[in-house]
Design a binder for this molecule. Structure first.
Ligand SMILES: NC(=O)c1ccc[n+]([C@@H]2O[C@H](COP(=O)([O-])OP(=O)(O)OC[C@H]3O[C@@H](n4cnc5c(N)ncnc54)[C@H](OP(=O)(O)O)[C@@H]3O)[C@@H](O)[C@H]2O)c1
Length: 487
């Protein structure tokens, strides 16, 4: 199977924050990969911008280093890097000052797609939006791309939305959630809505429960100060896990159109029930772990009395006809046993086993892996091969994209690459709408407020484990168990 690359229209893409971590690791190397794939037209330009003073040559050297560091040697060559660098320009601007803006204005062409990537702290979004207008730079069709975190509660998210809305229409705003750019996430929609097989079973009558796991092996790293004010609920659940839940739970949109898809996701968020205290387990990693000398969460964030969670598990109910009675169990955490993101749709038992109490019987599970090795597995029961009588065994029907797509499959575009190309195409389907983000915060805020009011302390867990013991109980008491966290 050969995947087709369809070039986008010529564009000028300005990356504000071009000297920052995200631009260096993801955005600029990702654009190089799209260039090599033939998706970026020859007349397109990528304009880096930040306060740091640099000329075009300096920026090209910076990007060449980023490509060398973040793109596998087998997937780059000097000739294509040189051709890519020709497309780059650099203009120094201060979001909070006026120098540099006229130079930027002079560079932007009115007759190509314009996109402005705000890869800077959210506190600068308003300044950038305002100056893009004051200096007559952004055309009425220009697109802006903004990063997480989109607010830290409903109030701040509303304020950010209002700031952007003062200068840009909603149809121009692309709020990135890079989980939505993953091949598997889009495939989830294809599997659900392009096949007759699953949809009749996709409801509380046939689905016992759903598990969504996003597990990391790293701790908070250098982001300690930021993370300690945020925690797993704000940093991961309100956005990434919520988006995955919506894609599993939503009704079929009337067509694959940005607003139709986002309308259906929004209905799911509105149907989420408040979560009872006994349905939440928060955790914080201890010191130790592999090698025995890892630092604890409170050491990493340099806050002895921190009550912020580096792990959270919750049981979520969706009050609508399709899902009433089928819990969604969500969990995410740092310093866990493996780096793995997975959605598992666990189906109910057959109503009656004609094989008696057959050992080895398991329920059908559709497991959707987001990382590593994106793909889907459907586990089904078959007869154990051979003459040993009618014994059952579980086999996976495996669809690993890398295998299914052959050579090209190993080269699935990174989420950022796909999403940036969608911005240039003007397709907002995989981006969060302002009302979605606000609805997600409206559900999240009271949950956080309640544990803060109770003075809850997170439970300690060992680095390299699956999280706090209490999280196991969350499922055990319902007669269920978490799937193993493994790569
Ligand atoms: N890094 C990630 O993996 C990641 C993941 C998800 C979301 N994000 C989000 O993406 C955004 C960027 O993150 P980052 O990690 O790249 O941050 P970063 O490394 O701190 O980079 C910030 C960038 O903003 C520029 N900048 C700062 N103040 C400025 C000003 N007044 N005017 C113009 N430019 C200014 C900086 O360059 P100068 O100092 O040269 O001006 C730098 O290029 C943040 O909103 C972050 O939350 C990042």
């Amino acid at each position: 199977m050969v995947s087709r690359v369809i070039p986008v229209d010529p564009f000028d893409l300005v990356v504000f924050g071009a000297t920052g971590d995200l631009a260096r690791r993801k955005i600029l190397p990702g654009l190089y990969r799209r260039f090599v794939a033939g998706q970026i037209p020859e007349t397109s330009r990528i304009i880096g911008s930040a306060r740091t003073e640099m000329d075009n040559q300096g920026f090209r050297a910076f990007v060449a280093e980023a490509i060398a560091e973040f793109i596998d040697a087998k997937k780059r060559d000097a000739e294509s890097v040189a051709r890519f660098l020709d497309h780059l320009r650099y203009v120094s601007v201060d979001a909070k000052g006026d120098s540099g803006w006229p130079e930027l204005a002079a560079l932007i062409r009115p007759d190509v797609v314009q996109a402005y990537y705000f890869s800077v702290a959210p506190s600068l979004f308003g300044d950038l939006a305002e100056r893009l207008h004051r200096h007559g730079i952004a055309s009425p069709e220009a697109r802006i791309v903004v990063e997480k975190p989109f607010g830290r509660d409903l109030e701040t998210a509303k304020a950010l939305n209002a700031t952007l809305a003062a200068h840009f229409a909603e149809s121009q705003i692309y709020r990135i959630d890079h989980y939505l750019g993953k091949e598997t996430v889009q495939n989830l929609m294809a599997v659900r809505f392009a096949n007759i097989l699953f949809e009749p079973l996709w409801n509380a009558r046939h689905v016992d429960h759903v598990q969504i796991t996003v597990s990391e092996t790293v701790g908070v790293g250098g982001r300690g100060a930021y993370y300690d004010k945020s925690g797993a609920m704000r940093d991961m659940v309100q956005n990434h896990l919520m988006q995955l839940l919506c894609l599993i739970a939503m009704e079929a949109p009337y067509r694959f159109d940005p607003d139709a898809v986002r309308d259906e996701k929004l209905k799911v968020i509105h149907a989420l029930q408040p979560v009872a205290p006994e349905d939440i387990v928060r955790g914080q990693y201890r010191a130790g772990g592999p090698g025995g000398n890892g630092s604890s969460y409170v050491e990493d964030v340099d806050h002895r009395d921190s009550r912020t969670e580096s792990y959270i598990a919750l049981k979520v109910d969706i009050a609508n006809w399709r899902w009433k009675g089928t819990p969604f169990y969500l969990r995410t955490g740092k310093k866990l046993r493996a780096r793995a993101s997975e959605i598992a749709v666990v189906f109910k038992e057959v109503p009656h086993s004609i094989f008696g109490d057959e050992e080895g019987w398991r329920e059908n599970v559709l497991a959707i892996r987001l990382q590593p090795n994106e793909g889907m597995t459907l586990s089904v029961m078959i007869k154990e091969p051979g003459p040993g009588g009618m014994r059952l065994t579980e086999v996976p029907l495996d669809m690993s994209f890398a295998e299914a797509l052959g050579e090209d499959g190993a080269d699935i575009p990174d989420a950022y690459e796909r999403l940036i190309m969608d911005v240039i195409r003007g397709n907002q389907t995989l981006f969060m709408r302002g009302d979605e983000v606000e609805a997600a915060w409206a559900w999240t805020d009271p949950i956080i407020a309640a544990w803060e009011a109770r003075g809850d302390r997170p439970k300690a867990y060992d680095p390299g484990s699956s999280g706090p013991e209490d999280a196991l109980m969350l499922l055990h008491r319902d007669g269920r168990r978490w799937r193993e966290i493994r790569e």
